[in-house]
Ligand binder design. Structure first.
Ligand code: ATP
Ligand code: MG
Length: 204
């Protein structure tokens, strides 16, 4: 990331997730938030160790999930999606509060908006050092029809609600499709499909 200070400070969205694999729902959420809030970029941050998902299912190694997110972003070069390897590189559980601190260290004036899907927003109170995080960032919640999430549940700081259409796609459904041999073309960008195939992911 380039370093910018003063009035030209970048406004950047931080969009974390397991991204196992990244799909059109994630990409569409990134595009919608960037457009609605006028952000300079949205940085997708694959979690190195998604500690809240530990023990629930096998999780694809971070390096491969990072490779998939990079492939997804590379296939859409002009829409302001960037990729951070910070959490995959860092040892131990991945905490957004550490990731934001790391961004600030290399780009002190950066203004960070943490982007959450409605399901992720509901879990925010369980995040590590969430009160500290809230003093450092703005929050944006992607609201999808039927997601049933209400902003006041998050308390302060003010939360930007960003509406997007419902794309009924999830990484879990995509993994299940691959496992039973159903095509996932279009649900994931071609570059992501190439990584899935090359590593033989999700075959069960
Ligand atoms: P899984 O099915 O394994 O839980 P997922 O598809 O929900 O995967 P995650 O990596 O868990 O993907 O989600 C990362 C972020 O993307 C979360 O904030 C989540 O709310 C959001 N998200 C997931 N699916 C969609 C979708 N279809 N549309 C918009 N946002 C989504
Ligand atoms: Mg999920």
């Amino acid at each position: 990331m380039t370093s910018v200070t003063g009035a030209g400070a970048r406004r950047v969205g931080v969009f974390g997730g397991t991204f196992d694999p990244p799909h059109i729902g994630h990409l569409r959420a990134a595009v919608s938030v960037r457009h609605t809030l006028g952000l300079d970029a949205v940085v997708m941050v694959p979690s190195g160790d998604p500690w809240q998902k530990r023990g629930t299912r096998p999780i694809t190694p971070g390096a491969i999930r990072l490779e998939m997110v990079r492939a997804a972003a590379a296939g859409l070069p002009d829409i302001g999606i960037e990729v951070s390897e910070a959490e995959v590189r860092r040892a131990g559980a991945s905490f957004t509060v550490d990731t934001v601190a790391e961004m600030r260290a290399s780009e002190p004036a950066v203004q960070v908006t943490v982007i959450l899907g409605a399901d992720a927003a509901a879990l925010l109170p369980t995040w590590e050092r969430v009160d500290e995080l809230k003093t450092q960032v703005r929050l944006a919640v992607v609201r999808r029809p039927g997601s049933g999430f209400e902003a006041p549940a998050l308390g302060s700081p003010p939360v930007a609600m960003v509406d997007m259409e419902r794309l009924d796609v999830s990484s879990s459904a995509i993994r299940a499709d691959v496992a039973r041999g159903a095509p996932v073309d279009v649900l994931v960008p071609p570059g992501v499909l190439e990584v899935i195939t090359r590593h033989g992911l999700y075959r069960g």
